[in-house]
Ligand binder design. Sequence first.
Ligand code: TYD
Length: 213
Amino acid sequence: MSRLGHFITFEGGEGAGKSTQVARLVERLRALGLEALATREPGGTPNAEALRKVLLEGLEEKLSPASEAMIFSAARVDHLDKLIRPALSRGAYVICDRFADSTRAYQGGALTQSFIDQLEQLAVGDNMPDLTFILDLPAEEGLARADARRGNGKADRFESEAIEFHRGLRTAFLTIAEKNPQRCVVIDARRSVDDIAQDIWSCVETRFIGEPR
Ligand code: TYD
């Protein structure tokens, strides 16, 4: 792929503050006159947003982990084809709230390593992010934040999973970071929004823009 731009993803469990940090990063890049777009998964294109509805709220019966992983991946292929790759090839920064690591963490626990590796290879291939921030915090804290944010709204398919599932997610994301040290940066998400944003900015600036000023 001809990639002139930069592909940056945010990952982590529930309530880690990813969407706030995506917005902050996009704002800082745009302030420098750079083209930056914020997107999310599942979603980012009309078809992928339709699949998001099905995945998070639309089903009578739970899907099997394999079919769920395949639908997340199908949404990802559409997102890559129609939005991410075109933006990267014209030189934009693409900042995405969740990507393939979420499939590995959320669905992978119930699948074999080989299934998830092959699925990722088919759906994403060499379109993996240049940089991934893993916003890390204890599962209990994240869920409490997600509850507070939701108010009286209904918990979605994943928020309503048991605490053990959410603890497992944290471990899964940290394992992904360990296995991909060039791509992944673990961020302590228990700190203030400003402190986290500053760490993220220093990292982006060093890698892609120049030495920190
Ligand atoms: P969202 O409301 O965006 O949650 P969050 O604010 O925590 O990011 O919903 C996305 C949900 O979908 C989230 O619970 C994680 C889950 N998910 C997967 O299980 N697999 C995936 O591949 C992706 C992209 C998301």
